[in-house]
Design a protein around this ligand. Structure first.
Ligand code: BTN
Length: 263
């Protein structure tokens, strides 16, 4: 799609999120760049966008793969000043904001998979990686890194990744404007972030659950080669997954969730 996807067209003067946007043709990782800017004292709301990443960072030390020029790869710098335990809420509301942006721009309804993937029929369309620096028991800054597969042909991903991924193009059958989607994402993110700063945790969790529909579901959680099987009871107030397992209630802080296969 031929459009002006630039710092000028993306930035939102006077707004909180996106008051300044920088677009890189290629970069190591937008999260790395945004973390460096956090360290240098840059004001919150800065957004680093890239057309391509050489070392895109994923959760659990993985690489985030994306062909150049077709997807949204961005990192938002935040300074919420909250305690580190609150950071998981940033991850949860980021997923809700990304889902809302997709819902606004298309008639698609992505599902959230704990903690913060967006997917369609088990194929991932968006991943979020939150990184942060803590100082004196407060978040000095945090970075919400969002990778949203927009106009990508899934065949352009390496084998092994392609089978588990999808894009808006693949789901919709037509390309969408990355500019419009990014601007909706900034607006939705700003609304969610302001709610978070006001302490509206209940609303964040409600919005998250509406899109995750995971309560009561039988799942397997994979972490470091271990598999934990259980039924989802809820999320706790820190965003951890509460699972009823054969050995009682388990609180899961990280891992990959998969719906259990029905026999
Ligand atoms: C995941 O593993 O699901 C999280 C993926 C997060 C990828 C995005 S792409 C933009 C930003 N910069 C990075 O290096 N990672 C995040």
């Amino acid at each position: 799609m031929d459009e002006d996807f630039s710092a000028e067209s993306l930035s939102r003067p006077g707004a909180l999120i996106g008051w300044k946007v920088e677009v890189f043709e290629s970069i190591g990782s937008t999260n790395e760049e945004a973390m460096n800017r956090g360290e240098k004292g840059e004001k919150e709301g800065l957004v680093i966008v890239a057309e391509a990443q050489e070392k895109g960072r994923g959760r659990l030390g993985r690489i985030w793969e994306s062909p150049a020029g077709v997807n949204l790869l961005m990192s938002l710098l935040l300074r919420p000043g909250v305690r580190p335990e609150e950071a998981s809420m940033i991850t949860l509301f980021s997923a809700v904001a990304a889902a809302r942006a997709v819902e606004r721009e298309t008639d698609l309804r992505p599902r959230i998979k704990w903690p913060n993937d967006l997917e369609f029929s088990g194929r991932k369309v968006c991943g979020i990686l939150t990184e942060m620096k803590v100082f004196a028991d407060r978040l000095e800054y945090a970075v919400a890194g969002i990778g949203l597969n927009v106009n990508m042909d899934v065949k352009d991903l390496p084998p092994g990744v392609a089978e588990r991924a999808t894009s808006i193009l693949a789901e919709l059958g037509r390309p969408v404007s990355r500019l419009s989607l990014a601007r909706s994402l900034f607006e939705e993110f700003e609304k969610s972030y302001l709610g978070f700063l006001k302490g509206e945790k209940g609303a964040i969790l409600k919005d998250w659950h509406e899109r995750a529909r995971m309560r009561g579901e039988d799942v397997e959680v994979m972490l470091d080669g271990d598999v934990i099987e259980g039924r989802v009871r809820d999320l706790d107030e820190h965003g951890a997954l509460l699972l009823d397992t054969e050995r009682g209630l388990r609180r899961i802080l990280a891992g990959d969730v998969q719906r259990a296969r029905k026999i």
